[in-house]
Design a protein around this ligand. Structure first.
Ligand SMILES: [Zn+2]
Length: 550
C-alpha cells in the first residue's frame, strides 16, 4: 500500500520504448473500435487462411502504429503531442463508430468549415463520457508520467531494432496472408481511413497540401459573356433554393409511400426523378453545383480561385442576392451580395439555428421593388441537416410520430429517426411551395424556381448514418437528390420552353449537379464560352434556338 501511495505521489517513470509499445497497444485496442467494428462486419471466416488473416491484422496495425509512434515520441515534444493525439483520437473514434465516418481530406475540410452550432449538436452525455474515459483519462495519466530516453545513438538503435523485429514478424506472415490482403484490400479500400490516428494525421497533411497547391491566381471564366435575351417584356426573376441533406428517396413525388409532398404535388412543377449529387458533403457539393467543371474534375478548392455561375450572371447584369441559412456558402457567394440570417430572431430561431421560413421574410418586398430587370436569388436552406432533424421544423410539421427529439440519434429507433427526417421533408415541401406561391403573386414577371438538394443522407441503412462517405462507396441514399423546377407562364412563353417535353424528360432521364450551371446559364439567356449545350437540360425542349451574340 505504501509503495502504491509512494508511486502515486512520485511521478512514475517509464522508458520511451515501453511507452511507445503501450501507446500503440492502447490505440490498437481502445481507440480503433470503429476499425474493429468494420473488420468484424466485413470479414468472412471460411477457412484456416481467413483465421491467419484475422490474426495478422492486429500485428500489422500494431506495427504501423509502433513505427509511427517511434518517430513521434521525441524528448520534450512527444508528451504534449500524445496527450493531444489521445484526446483527438477518442473524439474521432466516437464519430467513426457512431456515424460510420471515414476520415479523408474532404472530411478535414468539412471540419475546418464547420460552425460552432454543428459541434454543439455533437455534445451529448454519451459523447462526453466516451471522450473522458477513452481520451482525457489516459491523457491525464500520460501527463503524470516521466519519460526516460537513452542517449541519442543508443535510443535510435533501440528503436530501429524494435521496428526491425516487428517488420520481421510481418515478413513471416506475408506468404500466408498476402492473397487475402490483396482481395480484402481491393474490396475495402476505404478501411485505411479508419486507422486512428494515422487516418486523420494523413488526411490533415493532404488537406494542407491541397490547399497549398491551390494557392494560385484568380481566373476569370469568360470576360466576354453577355446577356443576350429573346425579345420579351417583363422583368426576369429566378430563385434557386439550395437544399441541405434532403434525399430523393423520401419525397413522395419520387414514389415514397408516405405523403411528404402534400403542397408541391398541387403545384405545376417539373420533378426530376433521377438526379445525382456531385459530392456527399456540403463542402464539395455546394461549390460543385455552381461550377462549370464536371464532378469528376471538380476540386472544392477551385471555388476560391475560379468564377462560378453567379459571377457570370452578375457580370452580365443580373442583380444577385444570396440568403444564407445553412453553414456558409463555401466560397460561392464571395463576390456577390449575401446576407446571413440572424439567429437571434426569436420568431424562427433558437439562438443557434433558424427554421428555413426565415428566408421568406422580406422576399415579397424584395421582388416588388427589384432594382434591376433581371434578378437571381439563392436561398441556402438548412433543410434536413442532421443529426438534429427535430430542430429543423416548427411544431406544426411534427406529423410523423414518434420522433427522435435528441442529438443522440443512436438512442432512437430507426422508425423514430425516419419519422423525424420525414417531418423535415414535409417542411422542405412547405418552404419550396411557399416560394412558388410568392412568385405567383407577380404574374407579370418571367419567373422561375429550381430546388435541388446538395446531397442525400443515410438513415441507418446497413448501419450507416448521416453523410460524407467517400463518393466511390457512398450508398444511393447519400447521392440521389431531389430536384424540382417551376416556371411561370411568362417564363415558359418568353423563354420558349416546352414544359410538357421537360416534364417527360425529367421523369425518365438521369441528371446530375453537373447539369445545373449550364442549364441555368442558358435559361438566364447568357451567351458564354463556359456553356456546354450537352449539359443543358432545356436544350432539347426549346421551341426556338437560344439567341447568341452577333
Ligand atoms: Zn450538405
Amino acid at each position: 500500500m505504501k509503495k502504491i501511495l509512494h508511486s502515486l505521489l512520485q511521478k512514475p517513470t517509464v522508458s520511451s520504448q515501453k511507452l511507445t509499445a503501450a501507446l500503440a497497444a492502447y490505440f490498437l485496442l481502445f481507440l480503433n473500435i470503429s476499425f474493429w467494428h468494420y473488420i468484424f462486419a466485413h470479414i468472412q471466416l471460411n477457412g484456416f487462411s481467413d483465421w491467419i488473416f484475422l490474426f495478422s491484422i492486429p500485428v500489422l496495425i500494431f506495427t504501423l502504429l509502433y513505427w509511427s509512434f517511434s518517430i513521434l515520441l521525441l524528448p520534450y515534444v512527444g508528451k504534449p503531442l500524445f496527450i493531444l493525439l489521445l484526446i483527438i483520437s477518442a473524439g474521432v473514434n466516437y464519430l467513426s463508430y457512431q456515424f460510420g465516418v471515414f476520415i479523408d481530406a474532404d472530411m478535414i475540410r468539412n471540419t475546418f468549415e464547420t460552425n460552432p452550432g454543428e459541434v454543439k449538436d455533437l455534445i451529448t452525455l454519451r459523447s462526453v463520457t466516451w471522450l473522458c474515459v477513452l481520451g482525457i483519462l489516459p491523457a491525464v495519466l500520460l501527463s503524470r508520467v516521466r519519460i526516460t530516453f537513452k542517449p541519442f545513438l543508443k535510443e535510435t538503435a533501440a528503436r530501429l531494432a524494435r521496428c526491425g523485429i516487428l517488420l520481421l514478424c510481418l515478413l513471416v506472415l506475408t506468404p500466408f496472408v498476402y492473397k487475402t490482403y490483396a482481395s480484402f484490400g481491393r474490396n475495402n479500400q476505404q478501411i485505411r481511413r479508419l486507422v486512428i490516428p494515422l487516418n486523420y494525421i494523413y488526411a490533415t497533411v493532404r488537406y494542407f497540401q491541397i490547399e497549398h497547391q491551390n494557392k494560385r491566381p484568380f481566373t476569370r471564366l469568360d470576360e466576354n459573356a453577355a446577356h443576350v435575351p429573346y425579345p420579351d417584356e417583363g422583368k426576369t426573376v429566378f430563385i434557386l433554393i439550395l437544399g441541405e441533406t434532403s434525399r430523393a428517396k423520401n419525397f413522395s413525388l419520387n414514389g415514397y409511400e408516405r405523403e411528404t409532398n402534400p403542397e408541391l404535388k398541387k403545384q405545376d412543377i417539373v420533378n426530376f426523378a433521377h438526379v445525382q449529387s456531385a459530392g456527399t458533403a456540403t463542402a464539395f457539393s455546394v461549390p460543385a453545383i455552381f461550377s462549370f467543371t464536371g464532378r469528376k474534375h471538380f476540386k472544392p478548392t477551385d471555388a476560391k480561385y475560379t468564377e462560378n455561375l453567379l459571377d457570370l450572371l452578375q457580370q452580365t447584369g443580373y442583380d444577385i442576392l444570396w440568403k444564407e441559412n445553412d453553414n456558409g456558402c463555401k466560397g460561392v457567394c464571395q463576390r456577390i451580395p449575401n446576407v446571413e440570417m440572424d439567429v437571434k430572431d426569436k420568431r424562427f430561431c433558437d439562438g443557434t439555428y433558424c427554421h428555413d421560413e426565415i428566408l421568406l421574410e422580406g422576399l415579397e418586398d424584395y421582388l416588388a421593388n427589384l432594382k434591376s430587370d433581371h434578378a437571381f436569388i439563392v436561398l441556402h436552406t438548412i433543410g434536413s441537416h442532421g443529426p438534429t432533424y427535430f430542430r429543423r421544423y416548427p411544431p406544426e410539421f411534427k406529423k410523423f410520430t414518434p420522433t427522435c427529439d435528441t442529438e443522440d440519434i443512436q438512442t432512437c429507433t430507426q422508425e423514430q429517426i425516419v419519422n423525424t427526417y420525414d417531418n423535415t421533408i414535409l417542411y422542405v415541401d412547405h418552404i419550396v411551395s411557399s416560394v412558388i406561391d410568392i412568385l405567383k403573386k407577380f404574374p407579370d414577371y418571367e419567373s422561375g424556381l429550381l430546388y435541388v438538394s446538395d446531397h442525400g443522407e443515410s438513415l441507418g441503412e446497413n448501419g450507416v448514418y448521416l453523410h460524407g462517405l467517400p463518393y466511390s462507396i457512398a450508398p444511393e441514399e447519400q447521392i440521389t437528390v431531389p430536384m424540382i423546377l417551376w416556371m411561370s407562364e411568362n417564363m415558359k412563353k418568353f423563354d420558349h420552353v416546352d414544359y410538357d417535353c421537360l416534364k417527360e424528360k425529367a421523369a425518365k432521364e438521369h441528371f446530375s449537379h453537373d447539369n445545373i450551371s449550364h442549364s441555368l446559364l442558358s435559361l438566364m439567356e447568357v451567351d458564354s464560352t463556359a456553356y456546354d449545350k450537352n449539359l443543358d437540360i432545356f436544350e432539347s425542349c426549346r421551341l426556338m434556338p437560344l439567341p447568341r451574340k452577333p
